[in-house]
Design a protein around this ligand. Sequence first.
Ligand SMILES: [Zn+2]
Ligand SMILES: [Zn+2]
Length: 43
Amino acid sequence: MAIRCTLVNCTCECFQPGKINLRTCDQCKHGWVAHETLKSCLQ
Ligand SMILES: [Zn+2]
Ligand SMILES: [Zn+2]
């Protein structure tokens, strides 16, 4: 089950916490709220 960013045209498939801002995805630079759920991707 892919947990991807819900923003239109975003190809991010998994939330990656940023090193500077943990609430910002390191891959797509979108906020974590834009991602469906974080649980499955944090392994
Ligand atoms: Zn995104
Ligand atoms: Zn992302």
